[in-house]
Design a protein around this ligand. Structure first.
Ligand SMILES: [Zn+2]
Length: 191
């Protein structure tokens, strides 16, 4: 992956935020190499496509519509936000190939997993969205609480949350904005 490709990938949230409309063109066709059916279902399953729809959902500018077009004989319709799934749990061609490709000379070459850079973008988008909701406690709680959900399936990276394995209460403590107050009240609970 070249430096310019990485810059383009990290710019996906900016592209989406500047858009007036996301058009999802997914006619029912057959994959030429894999002979598998393609359409909205495969679009929703691909990690890269999930990153685009996740970027749309996490952007803070306005309500940008996502319209699905399956062909000239089907009326376009809006993409339900409920269909947007975590990018890391989606499929990638690199993973399907076992992160090994064969070059033009027949030599095998190891390639990095796309989910590493996808994770960096998702983590950045989450951080921006959580910061953006600082004045709206309900929204702030939603994005904070669902952070692990959106990061699932993505390789670890430096800024990812490291969740302790010492029980649900400890994890809840770490997420609450009034953590000290909560701990004080808990100490006063009858035992
Ligand atoms: Zn991979």
């Amino acid at each position: 992956m070249t430096a310019n490709m990485l810059l383009a990938i990290h710019s996906i949230p900016a592209y989406v935020a500047c858009s007036a409309l996301m058009l999802i063109l997914c006619p029912p066709v057959t994959h030429q190499e894999l002979q598998s059916p393609l359409g909205l279902g495969s679009w929703l399953d691909r990690a890269w496509c999930r990153l685009e729809s996740t970027a749309l959902m996490m952007q803070t500018q306005s309500d940008i519509p996502a319209v699905v077009c399956e062909g000239p004989h089907t009326a376009p319709y809006s993409l339900s936000p409920h269909l947007v799934k975590p990018p890391g749990a989606g499929s990638c061609s690199c993973c399907r190939l076992g992160h090994v490709i064969v070059d033009m000379n027949g030599n095998e070459r190891t390639i990095p997993c796309d989910k590493r850079v996808i994770g960096e973008v998702v983590d950045t988008m989450l951080a921006v969205r959580i910061t953006h909701e600082a004045q709206d406690l309900t929204a702030w709680r939603f994005w904070k609480a669902t952070r692990r959900y959106w990061l699932q399936g993505l390789p670890a990276y430096p800024d990812a949350p490291q969740h302790a394995q010492d029980g649900a209460t400890a994890r809840l403590d770490a997420r609450l904005p009034a953590r000290e107050c909560f701990q004080e009240r808990r100490r006063s609970w009858p035992t």
